[in-house]
Design a protein around this ligand. Structure first.
Ligand code: MF3
Ligand code: CO
Ligand code: CO
Length: 256
């Protein structure tokens, strides 16, 4: 396994890309409301990415992905393809954006409420957000990826949610998906030992029901097998000499 240590120049480029991705996510969040379609959200993101950010959408054409963002509604776990179906009051939607700026990737996602969510949906989304931060707080030199995965898994399962195993976080840089794979479950004391200069995403998917997923016939959309609700948040992090720097923090987002 070859996990790259980013140079100071690469880190600066990843900071820029991460900040742009965070800005894009904030921008699009303001458009989420009943009646808007995920196609419309996609088109707004595509235009903003090219015309305002001077960047490119990484998902578009990535292994044949047909759109510029992923929109995963309710029981969709991840990689939902924007479509012409209007969002309705009570839906929860993950919007996952990835931009390429000066050859470096910025990747982040968040959950958004369409109108008022149910108590159960809100609790799932809030717990998924906390689970992401439980993972982020593990990041420092010397931590092993199994420690990080275990911390997230323990937090989620103690609250009666399951962790999806088939999809994981990833190293990121000039490539969208680099080594290492960052599992959101694991065994303490195992796996890669973190070192300063590593950059990767943490993006746990929590299901209200069982952890099992299935891939739809479109080849992309991942749903919960039992059709239970699923929630995911994603940040991109840098391992620093003494801890972690979150590269995709949104304006006003403070570590919980
Ligand atoms: N942004 C997703 C991630 O967090 C990957 C989407 S790949 C796509 O890794 F092709 F579906 F866009
Ligand atoms: Co990612
Ligand atoms: Co992503």
């Amino acid at each position: 396994m070859t996990v790259s240590i980013k140079t100071p120049q690469e880190i600066e480029a990843l900071r820029v890309a991460g900040r742009l991705a965070a800005q894009l996510l904030e921008m699009i969040g303001a458009h989420v409301r009943p009646g808007i379609t995920t196609d419309e959200l996609n088109d707004i993101c595509e235009r903003h990415t090219t015309e305002v950010l001077g960047a490119r959408s990484a998902p578009l054409g990535y292994h044949g992905f047909p759109k510029s963002i992923c929109t995963s509604v309710n029981h969709v776990v991840c990689h939902g393809i924007p479509n012409d179906k209007p969002l309705k009051r009570g839906d929860i939607v993950n919007i996952d954006v990835t931009v390429i700026k000066d050859d470096y990737h910025g990747d982040t996602s968040a959950m958004f409420y369409v109108g008022e969510p149910s108590i159960q949906a809100r609790r799932l989304c809030e717990t998924a957000y906390q689970a992401l931060w439980v993972g982020i707080r593990q990041v420092r030199p010397g931590t092993r990826l199994g420690d990080l995965g275990h911390a997230i898994q323990t937090y989620a399962e103690a609250r009666n949610y399951s962790i999806v195993r088939e999809y994981c976080g990833h190293g990121i840089g000039r490539q969208f998906h680099e080594e290492p794979q960052v599992l959101h479950y694991g065994i303490p004391g195992t796996g890669l030992t973190l070192e300063p200069g590593m950059v990767f995403t943490i993006e746990p998917m929590l299901n209200a029901g069982k952890r099992h997923v299935k891939l739809l016939a479109d080849g992309w959309t991942v749903v919960t097998k039992d059709h239970s609700l699923s929630a995911q948040w994603e940040h991109m992090v840098l391992v620093t000499d003494d801890g972690v720097e979150v590269l995709t923090l949104r304006d006003g987002e403070t570590p919980p």
